[in-house]
Design a protein around this ligand. Structure first.
Ligand code: MLT
Ligand code: ZN
Length: 464
């Protein structure tokens, strides 16, 4: 724990009342949505300006205090967990949208802006911020940048990285850097902006971000299609991809649907039961596109790839169909799931999923496995639900032994052990399944340049 005098010095750097040390705050701000760690930070500090963030980083260097960044704390990798007496730097009070530039189609914002706030702001101005996921109501832009958040629209719009045109950061040394100056074209050497995206706060803190916006989509329309088995989903993807500009292509299993239906607040898509479901979305900006979608659906039925399906006819139906997919994460969180977020190139998905599914069901026939994910991006979420009567520790220990097998398969298929949730603490010890030891050494060397005293979110991504 940190010396009282050092915490007193911290208090002089921010506004009165903006350093908290009470037990409830330490508990709340010391963790993210992962549930397997016990939070134990020393204090929570709430800066309001870039200068205050810089002062905090300089203070931390002087006293060798570890800092953990905290946004909406919706992460699933433990990257925002503080369990070793660190000081948590919360961006809750740096939550202003600073400037809209309609010509450049950019918006400059502080890191604590909530994703939904940015999406609504864009919409109010006739524009669109396309990075979207179920936790958009709580997650913050700084955290999205730190984890290079993906979500449900990646097939069309890409990850958060694609939407960052400029960053202001405070490095682990306490320097303020303006990265890329919001330029579209800038061929002046290393693009340091990209290093900070997905760095999980290990190199420094983002204190301002200029995000790109897009034109608003027209008449978004959703289809949910029931397939006879998992393998049929890929030809369905291929068929629709060839005909339409998809804005999403997701999937979930019957087990996932059953959990959603059990909630009682989401309408059933159709009566026919199938083992897997694809959810796709496109802009039906004219009748021709809607007819093309229906013709493709009929083709998929004729081929035996689809058994039943539904297409949204209203905004309300669109939202209801999306709930089938978007509510999954929160709904199954009740069963303390053991989560995996793995990816391969799209063409390898069927063989990859079948191999993993076989190994998990062989070794753990009693565990319920709920598959869902962003299949159009090759990103699968494998969720193993904890049986009610099995203690949490025992369950996680059993699942950890599955990890090795799952990640060996990921490695064999040249995939990623974390497609979009990040590495944090959860995947740290498995990084070598996706990155070579030499590559990890280069990453550590980069960290040492920006953070020579190792105060920025230490122990996340790798141990240094
Ligand atoms: C999702 O796709 O729903 C999110 O990544 C969260 C999750 O995997 O549970
Ligand atoms: Zn996801």
């Amino acid at each position: 724990m940190i010396d009282v005098a050092v915490i007193e010095a911290l208090k002089t750097l921010v506004e009165p009342g903006k350093v908290l040390t009470d037990a409830a705050s330490l508990e709340a701000y010391g963790k993210d949505w992962t549930r397997q760690y016990t939070p134990a930070p020393s204090a929570i500090v709430f800066p309001k300006t870039t200068e205050q963030v810089q002062a905090i980083v300089l203070w931390a260097n002087e006293h060798r205090v570890a800092l953990v960044p905290s946004g909406g704390r919706t992460g699933l990798s433990g990257a925002a967990v503080a369990m070793n007496g660190e000081v948590v730097v919360s961006f809750d009070y740096m939550n202003q949208i600073l400037e809209l530039n309609v010509t450049d189609r950019t918006v400059r914002c502080q890191p604590g802006v909530v994703t939904k706030q940015l999406q609504n702001f864009a919409e109010e101005n006739g524009l669109y911020y396309p990075v979207d996921f179920a936790s958009s109501g709580s997650s913050q832009i700084g955290g999205n940048i730190g984890t290079n958040a993906g979500g449900i629209k990646v097939i069309r719009y890409g990850m958060t990285r694609n939407w960052v045109s400029g960053l202001k950061v405070v490095t682990g040394k306490g320097d303020i850097l303006e990265l890329n100056k919001d330029l579209i074209k800038n061929a002046t050497g290393y693009d340091l902006r990209q290093l900070f995206i997905g760095a999980e706060g290990t190199l420094g803190f983002v204190v301002e971000a200029t995000m790109r916006l897009d034109r608003a989509p027209k008449n978004l329309t959703c289809m949910v299609l029931g397939t006879p088995d998992f393998d049929a989903i890929m030809p369905v993807l291929h068929a629709f991809h060839g005909k339409l500009d998809l804005t999403a292509f997701e999937f979930f299993s019957d087990k996932g649907l059953a959990r959603i239906m059990a909630r009682g607040d989401v309408p059933e898509p159709f009566a026919t039961k199938t083992p897997f479901y694809a959810l796709l979305e496109f802009e039906a900006s004219n009748d021709e596109i809607a007819n093309e979608a229906l013709a493709t659906f009929e083709h998929c039925v004729e081929q035996g790839w689809v058994i039943d399906g539904v297409m949204s006819q209203s905004q309300q139906q669109l939202q209801n169909l999306w709930k089938l997919r978007e509510y999954l994460s929160e709904t199954i969180s009740h069963w303390t799931p053991y989560k995996n977020d793995i990816s391969v190139t799209v063409s390898k998905v069927p063989a990859f999923l079948n191999e993993i599914d076989a190994i998990v069901s062989e070794h753990y026939p009693d565990f319920e496995v709920v598959w869902y994910g962003h299949i159009g991006d090759g990103n699968l979420h494998l969720n193993i639900l904890k049986p009610e009567d099995l203690p949490k520790e025992e369950f996680f220990a059993k699942c950890a032994t599955v990890n090795k097998w799952v990640f060996e398969i990921v490695e064999k298929y040249n995939g990623s052990i974390s497609a979009e949730h990040g590495v944090g603490l959860v995947k740290r010890d498995y990084l070598e399944y996706s990155r070579s030891p030499v590559e990890i050494d280069y990453m550590k060397a980069v960290k040492a340049v920006f953070d020579p005293n190792g105060i920025m979110n230490p122990g996340k991504i790798f141990t240094v």
